[in-house]
Design a protein around this ligand. Structure first.
Ligand code: SAM
Length: 289
């Protein structure tokens, strides 16, 4: 579907969770000197203006990034965000400062990853919406490390993996979930990505409205014999009303060694800032090694 526009939701609690975790994963890749490649299958526009009519009309970002901008940044303060969250916030503040006055720019996944690339690293983006793709292309017009494809991100998994740019890396999938079969498509894509790029980390974002579709999704992967699957979930309230986005989830296949510990610290901290008493976070091995 090309009807989905991320500008209405940019910077909301789910975006914050996905971007902090994405950044933590890329930070792990940066610990080794050999180059890495990130494939962002559903990249969006890269930068979102939170003062835009779309963003203001929902106001979702105020309960996402808005809450963290107000957080104390002193690391010794007990109320400060966890180091993994603070790393991301430092970039957010820089991007916001970079932009001209009057705009409130929030970096999406490709803009965030691009800032973390070292000279030999690379980022491949896919974005199907023609306008969003043009915006993204323009953003990276001077960046040799970033390529933008106006193609189906799921198709790209077969076409562009394994990456010829590097032997290690990350596949990040963040589909819009507008179609009834998105969970199924994501499950298939995760399996294909692992098959084509066994050394890679494969991460997929999913909405938590109701428990049942999430359970079915994880079971599809389990039943297909997938191993090493870690799930990260942040729910703002018990997921009972299926008309609401009650929580945000990320499944990571082949996560970095001991990433679950880092993920727990991050999610506990996000739960504190983004939740209102009923919030919970869970980091669990759906299937261990
Ligand atoms: N990952 C982005 C970020 O974190 O800033 C946000 C992505 S948004 C949730 C989903 C995006 O996928 C939209 O920009 C939409 O236009 C695009 N899209 C929808 N179907 C697609 C497909 N089959 N392949 C690639 N992009 C697609």
């Amino acid at each position: 579907s090309v009807n989905y526009r991320h500008s209405y939701h940019a910077g909301n609690f789910a975006d914050v969770m996905k971007h902090v975790v994405l950044m933590a994963l890329v930070e792990v890749l940066r610990r080794k000197p050999s180059p890495f490649c990130v494939l962002d299958t559903h990249a969006g526009t890269g930068l979102y203006d939170l003062s835009s009519i779309q963003a203001q009309s929902t106001g979702e970002w105020r309960d996402g990034i808005g809450r963290l901008l107000d957080a104390p940044s002193h690391p010794t303060s007990a109320a400060a965000p966890a180091p993994g969250v603070e790393n991301w916030l430092r970039i957010i503040r820089t991007v916001m400062r970079d932009e001209q006055a009057g705009r409130l720019s929030y970096p999406g996944s490709p803009a965030l990853v691009a800032r973390l690339l070292r000279p030999g690293d690379s980022l491949i983006c896919c974005e199907l919406h023609p306008e969003d793709q043009q915006t993204l292309r323009h953003l990276f017009r001077h960046d040799r490390h970033v390529s933008v494809h106006g193609r189906d991100g799921y198709e790209a998994i077969t076409a562009l993996l394994p990456p010829r740019q590097a032997k290690r890396g990350l596949v990040f999938m963040d589909p819009p979930f507008e179609r009834g079969d998105e969970f199924q498509r994501l499950a298939t894509a995760i399996m294909t990505a692992r098959q084509r790029f066994p050394a890679g980390i494969v991460a997929g974002w999913y909405p938590i409205k109701h428990r049942a579709p999430v359970r079915a999704f994880v079971n599809t992967l389990k039943d297909a014999g997938q191993r090493k699957l870690l799930t990260l979930e942040l729910t703002l309230r018990p997921p009972l009303d299926p008309s609401r986005l009650n929580g945000s989830g990320i499944i990571i296949a082949n996560p970095p060694f001991r990433f679950e510990e880092e993920a727990r610290t991050i999610l506990t901290s996000l739960c504190h800032f983004l939740g209102d008493g009923q919030a919970e976070s869970h980091v669990e091995w759906a299937v261990p090694e």
